[in-house]
Design a protein around this ligand. Structure first.
Ligand SMILES: Cc1cc2nc3c(=O)[nH]c(=O)nc-3n(C[C@H](O)[C@H](O)[C@H](O)COP(=O)(O)OP(=O)(O)OC[C@H]3O[C@@H](n4cnc5c(N)ncnc54)[C@H](O)[C@@H]3O)c2cc1C
Length: 340
C-alpha cells in the first residue's frame, strides 16, 4: 500500500506539470498511467510534430516538451507507475483508496485526474477465442520479444508497428504477416524490407486476409483466416499479435460517481475540484464554460488544483502564496544551489 499526498491519474503534459506545482509547495505525488511511457497524447500521437503555443517556447515537439517537463520535475523524484490503469476509487475515512488493474493500492487525501481523453487502449480482434487467449497467446504490444523465440508468430496489421515487429521478430521467430489489404500503410522503407524478407523466405505474407477465429484449448493451436470471398484457411501458430492502432476510451473514470458532461468532467474553476471533495480534474478531461483543450490551459488548471490539494493534505497548516524567485522553501525543494 502506497501513501501519498496526491495520486495523479495520467502522465500527459498536464499531469507532469501538476507534479511540479505540487512539489514546489511541498506535496508528494505518485503518477499512474496506462501507457508504457510518459507524455500522453504528445508522445503517443505526435512526438515529432512541432508545437508553437507553449509559453516561452517558440517551437518544441511533443517529445521535447515531454523531456523538458520531466527535467523540470526531476528534483521531486516522483514515482511513475506505468502500464497501469486506475480501475477503482473509494472513500477510506478522510482519504481516497485507489486500486489499479495490477491490484496496487494507493491511499491519498487527494486525487488529480489528468486523464486527457481517457486511456489509450489497443484496438482488439473481435473474433471467437479472443477473450480466452488475450495476454496468453494473443498480444497487442510486446514487452519481451524473447517470449516469441523459435515460435510461430502470426502478426496482423499493415501499419508501422506491424511491419516493424514483423521485421524484428523474423530474426528469431517464424513470422507470418497477415493484412486485410494488399498494400501496407506503414513506412515505404519498412514495406520494402518486408517484401525483401518474403522473397528471401524469411517471412510469409498473407493478403488480403482477415482473422476468422482462434483455435485451441489451453494454448493456441492455429488460427483460421479468410479472404475477401470468404474462403478460409487454417494456419498453425503459437502466438497471435494484433497491431491495429489505439482507441481512446474514458474507461473506468466513468464508473466513479463523478458528474460527467459527455466524456468530460465538470469542475469548479476556483480550484478544479469535481463534485467530490478531494477529487480534481485538469487538462483535456475537465470542462467548464470557455474551456480550451490546450496544454497551456492545463498548466494553469494544475497550479490551482495543487493549491487546493494542500488544504486536504496539510489540514493543520496554512498555505502561503510565494514566488519561486524569492521563496527559500521552494528553492530548497527544487534543489537550487546558492551562488554566494
Ligand atoms: C495531433 C495533435 C496536435 C496537437 N497540437 C497541440 C498544440 O499545438 N498545442 C496545444 O496546446 N495542444 C495541442 N494538442 C492538444 C494537447 O496534446 C492536449 O491538450 C494535451 O495532450 C492534454 O494533456 P493531458 O495531460 O490533459 O492529457 P493526455 O495528453 O491525453 O494524457 C492523459 C493520460 O492519461 C492516461 N489515462 C487516462 N485514463 C487513465 C486511467 N484510468 N488510468 C491510468 N492512466 C490513464 C492516458 O493513458 C494518457 O497518457 C494537440 C493534440 C493532437 C492530437
Amino acid at each position: 500500500m502506497i501513501k501519498t499526498d496526491v495520486l495523479i491519474i495520467g502522465a500527459g503534459p498536464v499531469g507532469l506539470f501538476a507534479v511540479h506545482q505540487l512539489g514546489i509547495i511541498g506535496l508528494k505525488s505518485e503518477v499512474v498511467d496506462n501507457l508504457d511511457k510518459v507524455g500522453g497524447q504528445c508522445i503517443e500521437l505526435y512526438p515529432d510534430k512541432p508545437i508553437y503555443d507553449v509559453p516561452a517556447m517558440p517551437e518544441c515537439t511533443g517529445e521535447s516538451l515531454t523531456k523538458n517537463l520531466l527535467e523540470q520535475i526531476k528534483p521531486f523524484k516522483t514515482n511513475f507507475h506505468l502500464n497501469e490503469r486506475v480501475e477503482e476509487i473509494s472513500k477510506d475515512k478522510d482519504n481516497w483508496k485507489i486500486i489499479t488493474n495490477k491490484k496496487k493500492i494507493f491511499i491519498a487525501p487527494n486525487i488529480i485526474i489528468a486523464g486527457g481523453v481517457g486511456s489509450f487502449e489497443p484496438r482488439k480482434f473481435s473474433v471467437k477465442g479472443e477473450e480466452k487467449f488475450e495476454n496468453k497467446g494473443i498480444f497487442y504490444s510486446i514487452k519481451d520479444k524473447n517470449l516469441f523465440k523459435n515460435k510461430k508468430v502470426s502478426i496482423f496489421g499493415g501499419g508501422d508497428s506491424a511491419l516493424d515487429w514483423a521485421i524484428e521478430l523474423s530474426k528469431i521467430s517464424e513470422v507470418i504477416l497477415i493484412h486485410r489489404r494488399n498494400e501496407f500503410r506503414g513506412a515505404k522503407h519498412s514495406s520494402e524490407i518486408v517484401r525483401k524478407l518474403e522473397r528471401e523466405k524469411k517471412i510469409k505474407i498473407k493478403t488480403p486476409f482477415q482473422i476468422d477465429s482462434v483455435e485451441g484449448d489451453k494454448k493456441i493451436n492455429s488460427i483460421i483466416i479468410k479472404d475477401e470471398s470468404g474462403k478460409k484457411e487454417e494456419i498453425k501458430t503459437d502466438f497471435v499479435l494484433g497491431f491495429f492502432g489505439l482507441i481512446m476510451k474514458l474507461g473506468p473514470i466513468a464508473e466513479w460517481g463523478l458528474n460527467l458532461d459527455k466524456k468530460t468532467i465538470p469542475v469548479n474553476t476556483e480550484n478544479f475540484q469535481t463534485n467530490k471533495t478531494g477529487i480534481f480534474a485538469i487538462g483535456d478531461i475537465c470542462t467548464y464554460p470557455g474551456k480550451l483543450k490546450l496544454i497551456l490551459s492545463g498548466f494553469h488548471e494544475g497550479a490551482l488544483a495543487a493549491r487546493a490539494c494542500f488544504k486536504l493534505a496539510r489540514p493543520n497548516e496554512k498555505y502561503r502564496f510565494e514566488f519561486t524567485t524569492t521563496s527559500k522553501n521552494m528553492q530548497e525543494r527544487l534543489g537550487v544551489k546558492k551562488s554566494d
